[in-house]
Every structure is written in C-alpha cells, then in structure tokens.
Design a protein around this ligand. Sequence first.
Ligand code: ZN
Length: 393
Amino acid sequence: MSIEKTKRKFGMASEQEILDGRVTDVYFERTHQILEAKNISKRVKMEIRLKSLPNQWTWGVLSGIEEGLNFLEGHPLNVWALPEGTLFRSQEPVMVIEANYEDFDKLETSLLGFLCHASGIATKAARSVIAADGRPVASFGARRAHPAISPMIERSAFIGGCNGVSTVLAADYLGVKPVGTIPHALILLVEDSSKAVSMFDEVIDSSVPRVVLVDTFGDEKFEALANANMLGEKLYAVRLDTPSSRRGNMLEIAREVRWELDIHGHNHVKIFITGGLDEDTIPPLNEVADAYGVGTSICNARVFDFGLDIIEIEGRPVSKRGKFSGTKQLYICPQCGERLVKLWDDENAICPNDGQKALPQLEQVMDQGKLLIDLPTPQEIQAFVLKHLPKTL
Ligand SMILES: [Zn+2]
C-alpha cells in the first residue's frame, strides 16, 4: 500500500487542519473508529494538570488558554478553566472538560500542545522579567524558532511580562508596536557605524527610539560616545551585543560604557544588553543595564508536560494508575493565598491557616461548545501576571 504524501511548502499545519483534528496522535483516531463501530458512547470528565514543574520551580504561568478555547469552540463540550495568566502549581487542575468521549478524543493532542508550549514560554519569560527586577525585557527570539509559530511565541513571552516583541506580524497580533534596534547588517553595508546611525535617524520615523549597536567595528565605549555626540538628546540607548568570543566580562564593558557616557554628559542614554541572556545571567547586569533583549532562552523554553486524564465516567470517579480520580477544583484562600485541591463543590474548602472559606478558581468558560466569557486581551493578561509574580525567583 502506498502512502500518499501531502505536498506543502512549510512543515506546518494550516488553521483548518488543526481545527479538523488532523494534528492528533493516531491512536485517538483509532479509538474513535472503534467507539463508533461498537456504538460505545460514554459521558466523561477529564482533567488537565501538570505532575511536576521543571527544575524544581514552584509555579508556572498558564498560557495557551485562548488558543485552546478557540480550538474547542463549536464542539459539544463543557469546559472549566483557570484564567489565562494564572500562576499555577504542579498537581493543580488547570482545565476540566466534560463530554461524550467520542466528541473529544481527536482534540486531545492539539489542546495539550497549545497549553504545554505556550505555558513553558510564558513562564520562562516571567522568570527573566523577575530577574530583571523592573527593567524592561524585550522578546528577541523569533529567529530561533519556526516562523509559523512566531505569533504564539511572542504572545506567550508578552503575557509572561516581556514589554516588547520584535517581529512585525506578532506585534500586529498583539496590537503593539514592534521593538528593534539597528542590525549589524546595516552598519556593515554602509561600512561605517556613524553613517548608518545618521541614515537611520534621517529615514526612520522620529517616534522610533534611537537604539544603537556599538560593537560592530570598534570598541563599545568609543562607539557609544561617538553616537552620543552625534545624536545628542535623540540617542535613546546603546545596545551591547558583544560576541562571546570578544566579550570577556559584559558587566565590566557595560560599567565602562556607562562611566564614559556619564562623564561626557550623556546621562540620559540608556544601556540595552542582549546576547545569550536568561534568568541566571541577567541579575549581575542589573547594576548597570536599563533594559534587556532576551531571545533563545525564552523562545526555546522547555515545554511543560501537561497531562490530560479521564477522572470520571458516567458520574463515577475513575483514573489510571498513579492518578487521583474524581473531579477536582482548585480553591484559594482570599485571606492568605493558601491553595487547596479538593473535590468539586467541596464544602470543606476551608483554609487551615485562618478558617476562611477558600474560593473555587476554575470557572466554566464553555457550555456545549459555546464560549461563555469575553477572552481577555494580551495586555490584560500581562497585567494580571505582573500583579501576581513574586518579587524574587
Ligand atoms: Zn488562609
């Protein structure tokens, strides 16, 4: 038997293929066939949760809910979920789905994919944002990932707290202006840093902050000074992106640049650092950096291993080995923030610390495929995340 190979330019699924449940593991498709052939239809409840967070982290940022709900919309399903942007812990249910199983089987693979990928990125972004301790962090990782998912990556990074994204398409998707500096390529083409900068200043709309790379041909300190002398007040920031082979100590380079800028009266010029940054390499630079661009570590964040399990069939609690049966709800104490995972509608969701009644967090968001809530904007979700992020890692 020959297998027909679909021709496509890029290795990506179209929106329609995803909606049609084509991105499913084949075993769900086979299960569907068997259930149909044998006329088996059972009402089930399923739960999505993460068994453990990577690297002994204690929280993750839930992302991918909007895409997940857009994907489920129109199918005869009831869905309860935590709001997108919730800081969740391992073992807490983040979504509960009720359906006749044959109406859901082929949707599991993609639904988990939306949540696992986006939450991994949003969490890693949030960790960089905490590490930067109030300094803006821009997402610069588009070039490290497949372009088809660049909007998802940038949205997740933005939700996690990144203040800007670099690709034009993702910025459109988020309703923000893309952020960027001046590429080394332009400087190389013009063969002169100052000339490239003055061309940028001449051609590009004045509302775009002038952020200049200062490591293309010469020493960072002297290029920074030359640009500051040339652009004066118009120079917003210098960007340090020194290649690792020349880098030595980035903190020392940044300190020296800051010193020279200040001593020559360019105190207003900010220092923007990029290149191989993450939550570990950012904190020592906070002494002198005003902002960061983070690429690979955010866009290539480890995906989360959310699992989806049947926890109730025809109203009876069931589960596979190693899982807890029964439909569970996450309760949070309004007084002290204590988190409790208990059975749905548990009357005893009382905080052990202060006796307060803990409040259920998963709310119904879909009724028979009909969306019940207005999905929040990325800006609203980001504000929600920033409000709840811990101050330190
Ligand atoms: Zn409490």
